[in-house]
Design a protein around this ligand. Structure first.
Ligand SMILES: Cc1ncc(COP(=O)(O)O)c(C=O)c1O
Length: 313
């Protein structure tokens, strides 16, 4: 889907016109993938709009930057305020928010020292990431996720998404909606842009971060919701074949939200319908983000924008 433009983009502390947020082709990031970024959703609610887990996302952005020795000249509070400013200035809700820290135009060597750090925050409308009736059909990719000590999986870096693209393109080329990558040991890691959860015999499992999975904010939210709903949940290494014999499998992510999986490698999961536990968690998640249940974990940052679409149940 082509990007739907908005009016302003936050750049290094100022709101600039969308069309002026451009980069030189010789910028460091273009050649070496030197960026870290976030993806955040702002939800429409009956009483206005709210950004989901804003400080946690911006802290992860700072953490990603720290791993890559990028010195971001803004505090967590300044970055969160920048997100609120751009969302309110554009007046678009619901929306997807894309903050990015990158190494700009300066020197062309691999050493990033002479290239300035630039920070941008954009927002725009973005609907469902995975369109599916009753669950996504996915595959296990022939591409592994990043091996430890190669590209750090805990950093949400632009360059990591070359691996995600390989996984996603292979899946699409073979008629699937998404691909799941295994880690360097052949254990389940994550989707190209989602964390994975498995339900078997009433227990919820998700791979540990050591399996090269991103520390997903939605993953953390689902772990919290499951514990509060009294559902047993454990983070542990998962063999690939456990996915095939699971009762339920679902993805989590800012873009994918809570997404049931119908089949993996054409093997139908459970009875082929979104499972009870998946539904319980999805219902709770959407009720909170859409403002239909109290924000009991303090996950929402209200913004002064009226939602343009009715709240989804
Ligand atoms: C590779 C990868 N894993 C997991 C996730 C889910 O993370 P989050 O829930 O923070 O969006 C994403 C999306 O950001 C991702 O790109």
């Amino acid at each position: 889907m082509p990007i739907q433009t908005t009016s302003k983009i936050w750049h290094n502390g100022n709101l600039i016109p969308w069309e002026q947020a451009t980069l030189h082709v010789m910028s460091h990031v273009v050649h070496y993938g030197s960026s870290v970024f976030e993806g955040i959703r702002c939800y429409g609610q009956p009483q206005g709009s709210a950004i989901f887990r804003l400080p946690e996302h911006m802290q992860r952005l700072l953490d990603s930057a720290k791993i890559y020795r990028m010195e971001v000249p803004y505090t967590l509070e300044e970055l969160c305020a920048g997100v609120v400013d751009v969302v309110e200035a554009n007046g678009v809700s619901p929306c997807y928010i894309r903050p990015i820290v990158l190494r700009g135009y300066g020197e062309i060597g691999v050493s990033p020292k002479g290239s300035p750090i630039e920070v941008y925050i954009a927002n725009f409308p973005w609907g469902k990431y995975i369109e599916s009736q009753g669950g996504a059909d996915v595959c296990i990719s022939s591409w592994n996720r990043l091996a430890p000590n190669t590209m750090p999986a805990l950093a949400k870096a632009g360059a990591n998404y070359m691996n995600s693209q390989l996984i996603h393109m292979e899946a699409e080329a073979n008629g699937y909606q998404e691909g799941i990558g295994l880690d360097v040991n052949g254990l389940v890691s994550e989707g190209s842009g989602e964390n994975v959860f498995v339900v078997r015999n009433g227990v919820i499992f998700t791979p540990p971060l050591g399996s090269s999975a991103l520390s997903g904010i939605t993953r953390d939210s689902v772990l919290t919701l499951a514990r509060h709903l009294g559902l047993p949940v454990t983070e542990q290494s998962l063999p690939r074949e456990l996915l095939y014999i699971a009762d339920e499998v679902f993805f989590t992510g800012t873009a994918a939200e809570v997404q049931p999986i119908h089949s993996i490698d054409r093997i139908v999961i459970g009875d082929g319908k979104p499972g009870e536990i998946t539904k319980k968690i999805a219902d709770e998640f959407f009720a909170i983000v859409n403002g239909l249940k109290p924000d009991r974990f303090g996950w929402l940052t209200p913004v002064k924008v009226n939602a343009s679409e009715p709240v989804r149940a």
